[in-house]
Design a protein around this ligand. Sequence first.
Ligand SMILES: Nc1ncnc2c1ncn2[C@@H]1O[C@H](COP(=O)(O)OP(=O)(O)O)[C@@H](O)[C@H]1O
Ligand SMILES: Cc1ncc(COP(=O)(O)OP(=O)(O)O)c(N)n1
Length: 264
Amino acid sequence: MSKNMKTVLTIAGSDSSGGAGIQADLKTMMAHKVYGMSVITALTAQNTTGVAGIMEVTPEFVAQQLDCVFQDIRPDAVKIGMVSNAEIIKVITEKLVEYKAENIVVDPVMVATSGSSLMQDDASQALRTLLLPLADVITPNVPEGEVLSGLKIETKADMLEAADRIASAAGTSVLLKGGHLKDSADDLLFMDGKVSWFESERIENPNTHGTGCTLSSAIAANLALGHGLEESISKAKAYITGALHDGMDLGKGSGPLNHAYRIN
Ligand SMILES: Nc1ncnc2c1ncn2[C@@H]1O[C@H](COP(=O)(O)OP(=O)(O)O)[C@@H](O)[C@H]1O
Ligand SMILES: Cc1ncc(COP(=O)(O)OP(=O)(O)O)c(N)n1
């Protein structure tokens, strides 16, 4: 019996194709040998070609799931992904405060790479004012970074300005991911006014479904394992790069990653 098992909770949407959302999060946690738990905010009918439908869970049932988790197995870290409306964001915020949750990673999921919206328009304000300030780190991609900063992001210099702005507004660390830029796949951490780049080669692989979910879950898993934020990001970046390199090819569109890629 392992008494030292670390635990991570994902609060996110379900992806029926298993490449993003809750399914990607739990697979990533398993690959990191931490115990994964899930609070589901929405069901999506989706595959590698896009999102066909969304069924939201009621805020009351999200609260009930959170109570069940926190009153029994306390998570060492929490990852938050798809939270599609303001009421769900409000209830998650209240519960995280009530239970004094630690090591919170928020991936501000707004639009899937396939183009489908995963957040209602009125939720953006609740995200900014309620949830983002609670996070230890938030992990926007370039389009999300543009919405949160109000700036166009085309270069690494733009990334720096946008991350600075988002960090000041939310009062937390920001990992701005560079996967949507053309020439690099470098991610920028803005933490306490300090800038760190996490660099990797750009891998020519069209199968990138769920990269953001996977990265944020890997960061949460590493935080739960006791690593600091920079080390957790560095390890998560190595994991995502390895999984992309693995070259698994499933489905008719942008396929999922091999989450079982071996971690050193
Ligand atoms: N083609 C690629 N080659 C290498 N790393 C990539 C590539 N695409 C994305 N990544 C990495 O995957 C992670 C997720 O990034 P990104 O694709 O920007 O987020 P999202 O999936 O939220 O849109 C980041 O660490 C990013 O640098
Ligand atoms: C249920 C669900 N949650 C999040 C996403 C978005 O996943 P992400 O890793 O940010 O990026 P893409 O898969 O869109 O590249 C999703 N599709 N479904």
